[in-house]
Structure formats: structure tokens, C-alpha cells
Design a protein around this ligand. Structure first.
Ligand SMILES: *Cc1c(COP(=O)(O)O)cnc(C)c1O
Length: 378
């Protein structure tokens, strides 16, 4: 028995009357996350999402366990304890910090607060895909600047600036290329941008970088009116599952973002774990040491196999398959997956001949090298 009226039935079949998303929304190519299953192999080595092989700080895990009996209570919507802990560790004013459900949320909030139809926002050719999603979701127009040697090119970005430009997104270091901009270049970019343009410095991998000419952008965000830096607990801190990130910027920008965010956008579990994680510097150091040992090792071993690897300062590398002997990145991906090694195809980043590999445990790294050696011999 139908409870629908004739009029309701008619509208149901008349698609022109359906609700429609704002212009731009259906132009978004949905984000494709890294695979979490292999097609074969005895053991799974998930190296597809730049997750850490070291797990999370035991102190952060304990903090979550302590809260298991208090799940009925709303969290502190201002995430005060966490902003204070971050401020304490990094020497920042907590009033100028905003926390979010991953730095992805912070990136979206920045776009929603400052972009609209008719506005343009620039990112680089192989830049993080979340920027394009956030820009389009806000109804604005994405503008892509070419790169040089798979590296962000400041002059190319500046050449794309028009009077419609409202925002520039830079991941430094960038994902999926692993390359970075020396801070003098970031400064030069900032100096040449109009003062009404927001420069977003996404420093998701900054803890891993060991280069004298690198800075995450904290000082620029502290001393200017149009720079915001974003950070995440998903990578070196090993809390990707919790969804926790933060941004640091001028007071007027943080104020705008706070007005549009959900009132309880960060869970109490995330706040409590974040406080412990950010204070556990020994854990972070261990993760940096692990990366310092295995990033060069994997890079060199793959180069010995004749593969080209883009020099990376993050916890992942980009491996190129130039299609010699008809061997493609897609073939390599399928072969590795059949042996339990899950890497990331990056065709949607404009890199159809490459695979991105997160630096994993000793066992995982050795498995990839051994399997790629076998793949290339075939
Ligand atoms: C992983 C990553 C992030 C972090 O995203 P979360 O939402 O914090 O998990 C941000 N930017 C880049 C470039 C990344 O690779």
C-alpha cells in the first residue's frame, strides 16, 4: 500500500525538481583514500597513507582508556587544554590556535570562511588534493600553478595571481612528492602576494624535516596578518584514527574560523590524547630517528634497483616507473599488493607513472625492496 499522494509521486519522478547542491559541488572528484587491503601475501604492510609504523604514544592511548566511562558528556568545545598544551610545547599563543577534526577540517574551514563564487584559489600541480576539494566546495575556482622538478614554484604561483585571487595553499613539504621549499622561498612568496590574499602553509610533515633552510611557517603566521599554518596529529603522532589537527594564525583569522566551525568539532578523546601526544617529545624523537634511518635506506636500495626516487624530506617517497620494458606503476602496484605490500597510485595527482610509499617498519621496508627487485626481474 502506498502512502504517497499523486502529486508526490509525480515530483518523485521529475528530476528537475530535485534538490540541487550549490554550483561547484558536483564538479568535485571524490577523494580516494589509500587502500587498506592487499590482494595477497601472508602479512599486510599498509604503506598507502603515510601513517607511522610506530603507533601512538602510550600516554595518548592511556588517556583514551581513562575516558571510556565518560562518553556521554560533551567535550570542551574550545579544546582549551589542547590549545594550551600545543602553545606550551611550540611557544605559541593558545588564543591564536584552532583545533579541528584533522587538519582537513581546518583547511575546509579556511576555504569556507574566505572563499566564494567568483574567487580564485591557487595550489601547485602536484599539491595535496584536499585543497581542490575545499576550494570547489566553497564555490570558488581552483587555479593550478605548474611545478619545477616536482617542486612548488613560487614564480609560477605569483604568475597566476589575479585580482580574483583570495588564497594560496602550499604543502611544505608536499604530499605526494616529498619535496619542500626553503623558507626563503616561502617568505618571497608571501612578500609578493597582495595583503588581502591568505597564504595557507600546510605543515603536516614538518616534524620529519631535517633541513637547515626549512621552517614550518610558525613565525610568519605569528607576525603577519594573512598567513595561517596547519598541523596534524595524523602523521608523526600516529593519531590518524582520532581525527585531530590544528591551525595557528592571526587572531582575526582564528576568530572567523571559530565562528563557522561546529561547536564541538573535536572529541574529548582527541583532546585528551592530543595533550599527551604533543607533550611526549621522546616519542616524536623516536619517530624522527626511525625515519632518518629508513628514508635514506629505502631510497638507496630502490635506486640500486635502477628506479628513480624523488628526494623526500617527509616520511614517504615517490617511486617512478618510466614504463621501460612495459612495466608500469599500475603493474608494480598490483604485484606488490599480491605480496601484501599496499602502496599508493598517484595518477589523480597527475603522476600516472609513480607510486608513493610510506616509510614503514624495518620488515615492511625490506619487503617492498625485495618484492620490487623481483618485480623488475620478471
Ligand atoms: C596527511 C595530510 C594532512 C593531514 O590530514 P588530517 O586531516 O590531519 O589527517 C594534511 N595535509 C597533507 C599534505 C597531508 O598529507
Amino acid at each position: 500500500m502506498s502512502t504517497m499522494t499523486d502529486a508526490a509521486m509525480e515530483t518523485e519522478n521529475d528530476f528537475s525538481n530535485r534538490p540541487k547542491p550549490r554550483p561547484g559541488v558536483l564538479d568535485i572528484a571524490p577523494y580516494v583514500p589509500g587502500k587498506s587491503k592487499a590482494t595477497g601475501g601472508k602479512k599486510l604492510y599498509k604503506l598507502s597513507s603515510n601513517e607511522t609504523p610506530l603507533g601512538a604514544s602510550k600516554k595518548a592511548q592511556d588517556a583514551i582508556a581513562r575516558l571510556a566511562g565518560t562518553l556521554e558528556f560533551y567535550p570542551d568545545g574550545a579544546a582549551t587544554d589542547l590549545r594550551e598544551a600545543i602553545g606550551d610545547v611550540y611557544g605559541l599563543n593558545p588564543d591564536r590556535i584552532i583545533c579541528g577534526a584533522g587538519s582537513d577540517e581546518i583547511l575546509s574551514l579556511i576555504a569556507y570562511a574566505y572563499l566564494g563564487p567568483g574567487d580564485e584559489a591557487i595550489y601547485s600541480r602536484h599539491g595535496f588534493l584536499v585543497y581542490e576539494i575545499a576550494i570547489r566546495a566553497a564555490g570558488a575556482t581552483p587555479v593550478v600553478a605548474p611545478e619545477k622538478d616536482l617542486t612548488t614554484d613560487v614564480d609560477a604561483i605569483l604568475a597566476k595571481v589575479t585580482d580574483k585571487t583570495k588564497m594560496v595553499f602550499i604543502a611544505n613539504p608536499n604530499n605526494p612528492t616529498g619535496t619542500y621549499l626553503p623558507f626563503s622561498e616561502v617568505r618571497r612568496l608571501h612578500e609578493n602576494l597582495p595583503p588581502n590574499v591568505i597564504l595557507v602553509l600546510d605543515a603536516a610533515y614538518s616534524e620529519y624535516v631535517r633541513r637547515n633552510d626549512y621552517e614550518s611557517g610558525m613565525e610568519l603566521a605569528a607576525t603577519t596578518e594573512n598567513v595561517i599554518m596547519t598541523r596534524t596529529f595524523s602523521k608523526i603522532y600516529g593519531l590518524a584514527n582520532l581525527r585531530l589537527g590544528w591551525g595557528f594564525g592571526p587572531a582575526h583569522v582564528i576568530d572567523a574560523l571559530n565562528r563557522i566551525r561546529g561547536p564541538f568539532n573535536v572529541s574529548g578523546l582527541a583532546i585528551a590524547a592530543g595533550v599527551e601526544a604533543v607533550r611526549d617529545r621522546a616519542f616524536v624523537e623516536k619517530a624522527v630517528d626511525h625515519n632518518e634511518q629508513w628514508l635514506p635506506w629505502v631510497t638507496e636500495e630502490l635506486e640500486k634497483l635502477g628506479l628513480t626516487v624523488t628526494p623526500s624530506v617527509g616520511n614517504f617517497i615517490l617511486i617512478h616507473f618510466p614504463e621501460v620494458d612495459g612495466k608500469t606503476a599500475t603493474d608494480a602496484d598490483a604485484f606488490l599488493s599480491s605480496r601484501g605490500c599496499v602502496l599508493r597510485l598517484v595518477g589523480n595527482y597527475g603522476l600516472p607513472n609513480a607510486l608513493r610509499m610510506s616509510i614503514g617498519s624495518e620488515e615492511a621496508n625490506k619487503a617492498v625492496v625485495a618484492n620490487l627487485a623481483e618485480f623488475l626481474k620478471q
